[in-house]
Every structure is written in C-alpha cells, then in structure tokens.
Design a protein around this ligand. Structure first.
Ligand code: NAI
Length: 265
C-alpha cells in the first residue's frame, strides 16, 4: 500500500471521477477528506465505502469557488486528521454553448469552479504544506479539452487550459518546498457529466468511435494514474500533465480516415 498513512483531500468527490479517485487512493492506503458542494448524501455514501475498505473518511462540504468555504474545509480536514499530504482538485463543471452565445454568468461560473476553485484549494492547502515543511503532492484534473478546443463548450477549454498553466506555475514555485504539482488530462470518461453530454446510446457509440481505443475510460482508470502521481514512484515528476484518453489527443489522422470511410460513396 503505497499511500499508507497519507491524508488526501479530493474535491467534487461525491460521484464520477472524484468518487473513483477517492476509492482508489483509499485502496492504496490513504485516509480521505471527501469534498462535495451540494450532493452530501453522495459524499456520505463514498465516505462509507472508504470506511468499509478500512480507511478513515470525513465529508467536508464546500463550494470550491468560495474562498471562505475552502478555508473552512481545510480547517475541518486538519481538525480531523492533523495534516493534508495529497490534494486532488477534481471538482469541475461543463456548461455547453457556442462561444458567441455564452452568457456572462455562465462564463464566470465555469471559470470560478474550474480554475479559481483550483487556485483557492491549492493556495489554502499549499500554505499548510509549506508551513508543515513535509512537502506534499497536488494533482489537478484538467482535460484533453485544455489541449484542444471543446467545440460548443463555452468557457470549458479556456478554464482547463488555465488549470494546465497554473499546474506548471505551482510546480516551479513550490518545488523548493518539496511540493510536487501535476495534472491529469482525461479523455472521455463514463460519469454523470459525460452521460448528460451524450444522453443516447447512439451518441455514446459515436463518441466511442472518435477514440482510437473505441471506448470511454473509467473513473477507476483515472484513479490509478492519480495514485501513481501521489506516490513516491513519481518522486521526480512535477509540472507534468498525463493524458489518459485512449489515444484521443494524437488521433487527428485516425479521425480523418474514419471520416473518409464514413463519407466514401
Ligand atoms: P461529474 O459532474 O460527474 O462530477 C463533478 C463533481 O464536482 C460533482 O460531484 C459535483 O458536485 C462537483 N462540483 C461541481 N461544482 C463544485 C463546486 N463548486 N464545489 C465543489 N464541488 C463541485 O463530473 P466528472 O465527469 O466526474 O468530472 C470530474 C472532473 O473531471 C471535472 O473537473 C471534469 O472537468 C474532468 N473531466 C471529465 C471528463 C469526462 O469525460 N467525464 C473528461 C475530462 C475531464
């Protein structure tokens, strides 16, 4: 168990990738602070699953875009466990829209949760890690959409590109404190967010065909990458971004061929 005795805080952990990461880190030996904003019942269920694995878990409710709530969440975590060794910034939202129709409040909300939320959590937990002088690990869940445009995704691509930039900045500034900061860029992962974006089996099948591996990834597969980055096996890795996307990011010529086969008379 490579994370035995470590304390991890995972944001947006009541469902989807955050739930998978929480369980994966617990399986690797960590105790978990399960953050949620509104879905407290979901977070309690995840905490209960973690306890069944023999680890400790608490639920810490906070909207990651609100600095006062983030500070309170970190205090609750420290009161319960005394330290935070691992922070996983997973909370994120997606509000689809062609860019010319994006409403200002939707732009602000996506940037507030996806980018400012990562900054606020990194700052609050980073201050604790710096003060504690024992180093730490931060993993930010970005997206392949931070690398290439999510068409009709509104502010999502700019927010995730910002997460990647912030990850690199923090990695450089905090290397001297022994804090490693890395990103995970998932491709399409089967979660409630993805289900909402592709609500029919036909649409999901089409989405699969755009992935060279011809399938969605799972939250468990994302958890394995995060557990690796959180462990000492990744002790010389900081400022990196690991894509876990079934080959999506490098698939342009594959897609051109797929399109040609579909449109050939
Ligand atoms: P999801 O919608 O299933 O879960 C997101 C979680 O974040 C939920 O538990 C939600 O309550 C929480 N959350 C939302 N706003 C919050 C806030 N202000 N404060 C605290 N928690 C908040 O989504 P999913 O798919 O599990 O996504 C997790 C992360 O992975 C997100 O950052 C998303 O952008 C990213 N991602 C997801 C991909 C996918 O295909 N599912 C692909 C690439 C990235």
């Amino acid at each position: 168990m490579k994370l035995k005795g470590k304390i991890a805080l995972v944001t947006g952990a009541s469902q989807g990738i955050g739930r998978g990461i929480s369980l994966g880190l617990a399986e690797a030996g960590a105790d978990i602070v399960v953050n949620c904003d509104r879905n407290i019942a979901g977070a309690e269920a995840v905490a209960q699953e973690i306890r069944t694995l023999g680890r400790r878990a608490i639920v810490a409710q906070a909207d990651v875009s609100k600095s006062a709530e983030v500070k309170r969440m970190v205090q609750e975590a420290l009161q319960a466990f005394g330290a935070i060794d691992i922070l996983v910034n997973n909370a994120g939202i997606f509000i689809p829209s062609p860019i010319e129709e994006v409403q200002e409040e939707d732009w602000d909300r996506v940037m507030d949760v996806n980018l400012k939320g990562v900054f606020l959590c990194c700052q609050a937990v980073g201050r604790h890690m710096i003060e504690r002088k024992s180093g730490g690990v931060i993993i930010n869940v970005a997206s392949i959409s931070g690398h290439m445009p999510e068409v009709n995704g509104g502010a999502y691509t700019p927010s995730k590109a910002g997460v990647l930039a912030l990850t690199r900045l923090l990695a450089v500034e905090w290397a001297k404190y022994g804090i490693r900061v890395n990103a995970l860029s998932p491709g399409p992962i089967m979660t409630p967010l993805q289900r909402a974006a592709f609500p029919s089996e036909k649409l999901l099948a089409a989405r699969n065909r755009a992935v060279p591996m011809n399938r969605h990834g799972t939250p468990e597969e994302m958890a394995k990458v995060v557990a690796f980055l959180a462990s000492d096996d990744a002790s010389y890795i900081t400022g990196a971004d690991i894509t876990a996307d079934g080959g999506s990011l490098v698939s342009m010529f594959y897609l051109v061929r797929q399109l040609a086969e579909c449109t050939e008379p």
